[in-house]
Design a binder for this molecule. Structure first.
Ligand code: G3I
Length: 364
């Protein structure tokens, strides 16, 4: 299937360099949503809004209370990623207390709607609870805290998580291990291999991933991941995949080398995935994107999807939220926004239709 898709992409690229403006695929019942249009071996996912920046807003928890939101979530996607609800600060707020309710609700929703779940995340420098960041622990205690967290959380959802982002953002822009990462700083980089081993023991069927941003173009960060992946595989560590988050900005250009990056990891025998795609832009005065901006944004989304379609074992394509109503982008980048495929009222942008048409063509 994926080889066929690759041929389609290649043909489109040669016969119509601007394949992005190709004729829309005729509305067929099977191609009405992203999930129904997608090739059978490709999951189409979204982050499930909750926690994180949402806590600072006046609206109630989006996943729990926004019924139109839940309807679109169920209809359009066959994979979901808890945006914050499985992160340490959220799911493990006190040393001896876990808060599983919100994550349980997402996993249940996914089961009811035939969706896979991407677990996010187990070993990260950010969004760790105060008790961990500010506590005083021996190395042995820290190691045991991480091991016990992984066995508890991964074990709870055993058999229900398709892919886990085991190690998230472990390298900085220079390709060095991030010293802000408490686990790496205190226990050394070897802890990454242990995290994969523990996750695999806790759920042998889950596919275990390295996940990061800033790896959409070749460079030292991608090199660092390739070296690490080779080392882990040589040590028979259960590493199964490499994922590009793909938080894009129209300031920096389309991800036109992403397929090549993913292919390097596919060549190692790993699965690949796009896990957090969004495309932010500088908003004009008034905050409404121009038609031209929306067209450019759609082309970036398409380039990222084409990259995944072009690589055999890229089986999961996830956007980081589907509506601007709940996007993290304006919180972090105040001048930028409109990064998702739907406006705040869930009306669809050109990016949505471009993704759907591209998926439908690849499915044939
Ligand atoms: O923890 C502080 C708290 O001390 C402070 O008082 C409060 C007031 O501003 O902010 C709290 O931080 C918030 C944080 O979540 C922790 O809950 C940030 O403001 C808030 O913006 C943040 O948002 C989340 C962000 O991860 C944190 O890094 C977003 O909701 C979430 O979408 C985003 O997701 C990440 C992926 O997990 C990994 N890849 C990048 C992606 C985008 O940043």
């Amino acid at each position: 299937m994926r080889r066929a898709a690759r041929t389609v992409v290649a043909v489109l690229a040669t016969t119509a360099t601007l394949s992005f403006v190709a004729q829309p695929v005729q509305a067929h019942p099977q191609t009405k949503t992203l999930r129904s249009a997608a090739p059978r071996d490709l999951r189409i996912g979204t982050a499930v809004a909750g926690g994180g920046h949402h806590v600072e807003h006046s609206y109630p928890d989006p996943f729990t209370y926004d019924r139109p939101y839940r309807k679109v979530l169920a209809k359009e996607f066959n994979s979901v990623s808890p945006e914050n609800q499985m992160k340490w600060e959220f799911i493990h707020p006190e040393r001896n207390k876990y808060n599983f309710g919100p994550a349980d609700a997402i996993v249940k929703f996914a089961r009811q709607h035939g969706q896979a779940v991407r677990g996010h995340t187990l070993l990260w420098h950010s969004q760790n609870p105060a008790w961990l960041n500010e506590g005083t622990f021996t190395k042995a205690e820290l190691r045991s805290i991480l091991k016990s967290h992984i066995f508890t959380v991964v074990g709870r959802y055993r058999g229900q998580i398709q892919q886990w982002d085991v190690a998230n953002e472990i390298f900085n822009e220079n390709g060095e291990y991030r010293q802000e990462n408490i686990w790496i700083r205190e226990l050394g980089p070897g802890i990454v291999a242990d995290a994969f081993r523990w996750a695999h023991q806790a759920d042998p069927r889950a596919q275990l991933f390295l996940n990061d941003y800033g790896v959409e173009w070749p460079g030292v960060k991608v090199d660092a991941y390739e070296t690490l992946a080779k080392e882990l595989l040589a040590q028979r560590v259960p590493l199964h995949g490499f994922a590009s988050q793909a938080h894009l900005s129209m300031r920096y250009g389309a991800p036109d080398q992403l397929a090549g990056v993913l292919q390097r990891f596919d060549d190692l025998g790993l699965k690949t995935a796009i896990t957090e795609l969004d495309v932010r832009m500088d908003l004009p005065e008034g905050g409404v994107p121009t038609a031209e901006q929306l067209t450019t944004q759609a082309s970036y989304y398409k380039t990222a999807l084409d990259a995944c379609l072009a690589v055999d074992d890229c089986n999961s394509f996830t956007i980081w939220g589907f509506t601007d109503k709940y996007s993290w982008v304006p919180v972090f980048f105040p001048a930028e926004g409109a990064a998702t495929v739907m406006f705040e009222d869930f009306t669809k942008k050109p990016a949505y239709y471009t993704l759907r048409d591209t998926l439908a063509r690849a499915r044939r």
